[in-house]
Write a protein that binds this ligand. Sequence first.
Ligand code: RM4
Ligand code: MN
Ligand code: MN
Length: 432
Amino acid sequence: MAANFEITQDFIAEQNKSAADALAEDFEYLGKKLRRRNIDIESLVEKANDLNVAIPSWGVGTGGTRFARFPADGEPRDIFEKLDDCATIKKLVRTTSSVSLHIPWDKPANEKVLLEFAAERDLVFDAMNSNTFQDQPRQERSYKFGSLSNVDAAVRRQAIEHNRECIEIGKRLGSKALTVWVADGSNFAGQLNFRHSLERYLDSLREIYDAVPDDWRMFIEHKFYEPAFYSTILNDWGTSYYCAKELGDKAFCLVDLGHHAPNVNIEQIVSRLIQFQKLGGFHFNDSKYGDDDLDAGSIKPFQLFLIFNELVDAELNDLPGFDPAYMLDQSHNITDPIESLVTSAIELSRGYAQAHLVDRDRLAEAQQNNDSIAALSALKEAFTTDVSPILAVARERSGGAIEPINVYRASGYRRRKAQERPARVSVSAGIV
Ligand code: RM4
Ligand code: MN
Ligand code: MN
């Protein structure tokens, strides 16, 4: 049996044949309906292809909880196999052309080889993610009590140097951003001096910021709890905004949807950050209770739509400094990660396309007239429009699959990978 099974373009084209007629019918019907609303369906097909979302390298492996991890068959064992899976996702959906690396999990032994391997698969590298939330084997100092905000200057130094190293690796891989998420915080009241620890964190960030090239961006990611359960250093978007502003023009706030308390109005946070020109981008996922890292759009699709509504409003108004980076940051504990990522990427395109359907003149008029019912109905009209045919046509025209999950399953990719990638024995919990 040949090693390295791939889903070929021919296979996708062949599979598309059986779904093409029904799609053409649905597309035509939707086109007619949208025409009645003065919307040209073709412009939406173009839009749907515009949204590009990065795949996190860690997302293609099986995730886990604090309690257990149930590794799937054929999961990738190194960065090259992860890139193969990312390439497979890209072939099917076409909107995921970049991969975000986590260092040191994905630290390349030879950057040139990695770069070429990615280029052969038509993939580029998105933001670099540093990791100071775990101790690595042979690491000199521990992050048990924090990294960039640690009371010990030597620990802070080690964490700063690690981030600077991520920038250096990223430069050679063609990345243009560094994402800093730290697990720093406290578990007990009184454990930390809130003010001093934030000062230390910011001082450390300043040193990292100085190493950020001028054509790069630095993203800082807030999170209100976990793994620290009493306080976290960058607990909310306000603190994140303050730090990004203190740092300077290259620093931006990154919004991970799961990093907010239940029911927080995330779309308003997004709007605020856009207005203050500090929205760096997103880690998309969905949640019911906390940082559940469930699949984007699986729990609260209306919220996802409302976030895209803010993004599209900014896009259409050409707001200054608006250029968010999109990434999925999910933990696939019980699903095939490829199926989850494919589905999630499509959900993002769905939210984006639906947000482009909002009749913005009608919405503005309703707002001006304090007509809440009309305002909500302008949003709901867009949200309840099934844009699936638009997304499928966008995929088909760009060489992707009309029905990505069916094609993936029919290909037997996972079964083949299970043979090619015999599991390495390990028992671990958590995201890794
Ligand atoms: C964190 C956070 C970061 C991600 C790690 C793995 O909760 O979301 O973005 O890098 O998990
Ligand atoms: Mn995240
Ligand atoms: Mn998270």
